[in-house]
Each structure stands twice: as structure tokens, then as C-alpha cells.
Design a protein around this ligand. Structure first.
Ligand SMILES: [Zn+2]
Length: 248
């Protein structure tokens, strides 16, 4: 049973009995895994606050390959995202990031870019206190890195660029169509203004984008559209999505 040292982000934890925790983790070396941490309920214990949701940690873990549940040996905090979650909006946004990551990324599949994406988005939430653009950036890149991003430039059927017209999302094919080509039942519409926003951030670093100006009009709409795409790929509703819609 090899002991592996890796960086990780804690996605979620839940209590196991009186003293222990089950921890869902995105790790650099092993991908997404779940592990038991004995004695982790005690803040004065050997894990301290390392196993709080969204902590960025250095982790030593016993990798029992072929088993569902690994075992945490020890952990130390590299960077905490605990304080920022005292702001309810940020807390809900952080929970959204955990939920999407946990369901979207397959277990034990290495994904260095997704790891770095989650980390930069957490840092942006912490530094800028804004929810909208960090989540938009996260959704876009997660879909793109996973190969689930529809072509946002032109209609999937007639290939006409969207330019000044809206796109219609078909959850069955996962594609975006123009008004004329849309199959029946394409309810989700995304405006040309929202689609045009992608140019603003697709080749920028997130901090540059957030530092320059306020969230442009259409960003909430575009985020809602990506949430829709994510849900249709997961084939389930995200529990944090209604909370976000209310608050942010
Ligand atoms: Zn078309």
C-alpha cells in the first residue's frame, strides 16, 4: 500500500461516526479520489483545519488501488479558502465549484489543467470577492477542457456564424443552432451579445480580466447557459444552482 505525496483540493467532507471524516479530494497525482481521515473531526488533532472544504493542501495518502476509499495519512494547509466563505455569496459559489468538479471529473483520472483551473478560480473569488466572472470562467474552461463545449461561433447545422443572432441550445445533441435550424424543443436561448463576450476572456488570464472593468452585460446570461450545458452532460440538476440564481 504505497504512501503517495500530492497536492490536493478538498471538495467536500462528511462525518463518519464520532471522530472520522470521509473526504472527497481533487489531487494532482491521483485525480479525484475519496478517502477516510481517522480522527479528523477534532480541530486539535493531527489534521488541524487542513480538511475543510476547498482547502488547498499537501496530502499524504495511502493509495489502495482497486478500492473505493483511500486513507489519509496526513495533510497540511498550503492555502486556505475558509475565511472568504463567511460571505454567503462566496460560500455558495465555492459549493458550486465543488459540486460541479465532483460530478464532472471522473474518478482517478489525472487532469492537471482542471486542477489548476479550480485553484485559479478559488483565488479569484478570494481576491476579488466577485462571483459572476470567476464562475463563468470556470464553466467555460471546464467544458472546453473536457471537450463538451459546443461550437459557440456558428450554427451546428448550416454553419452560419451567430454574429448578430441568438443561438439555441439543444440538450440532446449538445449543439448550438441558429433560429432556422433549431430542432423542436430547443428552449434555451443565448443572445448574440452574450456569445460575443467569450472573446473577452478566452485568451486572458482570469486576474487580468477581473482587474480591468466591471462584469459586462450578458455575463450572467452566458453563465446560466453554461450551467445548462453542464447539467445536460451530467444528466442531473445541480443542487447549488437554484441557490446561485437567488443570490448572485
Ligand atoms: Zn443554422
Amino acid at each position: 500500500m504505497p504512501l503517495v505525496e500530492t497536492e490536493a483540493i478538498v471538495l467536500r467532507t462528511h462525518r463518519l461516526g464520532e471522530a472520522d471524516k470521509i473526504v472527497s479530494l481533487l489531487t494532482r497525482q491521483l485525480g479525484r479520489v475519496r478517502a477516510v481521515a481517522r480522527g479528523a473531526m477534532s480541530l486539535r488533532g493531527r489534521f488541524g483545519s487542513a480538511l475543510e472544504p476547498l482547502s488547498y493542501i499537501r496530502l499524504w495518502i495511502y493509495d489502495r488501488e482497486g478500492r473505493d476509499l483511500q486513507r489519509v495519512s496526513s495533510a497540511e494547509v498550503l492555502e486556505s479558502f475558509f475565511e472568504m466563505q463567511k460571505d454567503y455569496r462566496i460560500q455558495v459559489a465555492a459549493q458550486y465549484l465543488s459540486e460541479v468538479t465532483e460530478h464532472f471529473l471522473p474518478e482517478r483520472e489525472l487532469n492537471e489543467r482542471a486542477f489548476r483551473l479550480l485553484l485559479v478560480v478559488l483565488r479569484a473569488l478570494k481576491r476579488f470577492g466577485e462571483v459572476n466572472r470567476p464562475l463563468l470562467f470556470f464553466d467555460y474552461w471546464l467544458l472546453r477542457l473536457s471537450g463538451f463545449l459546443p461550437d459557440l461561433g456558428r450554427c451546428a447545422r448550416c454553419q452560419r456564424p451567430f454574429e448578430n443572432q441568438a443561438g439555441f441550445y439543444d440538450p440532446i445533441s449538445g449543439e448550438l443552432f441558429c433560429m432556422d435550424c433549431r430542432p423542436g424543443g430547443c428552449a434555451e436561448q443565448v443572445s448574440s451579445q452574450a456569445l460575443a463576450l467569450i472573446k473577452e476572456f478566452e485568451s486572458a488570464r482570469i486576474e487580468q480580466w477581473l482587474a480591468t472593468k466591471k462584469a459586462p452585460p450578458g455575463s450572467r446570461e452566458l453563465r446560466r447557459f453554461f450551467e445548462e450545458v453542464i447539467e445536460s452532460h451530467l444528466e442531473r440538476k445541480l443542487t447549488t444552482r437554484p441557490l446561485l440564481a437567488e443570490e448572485v
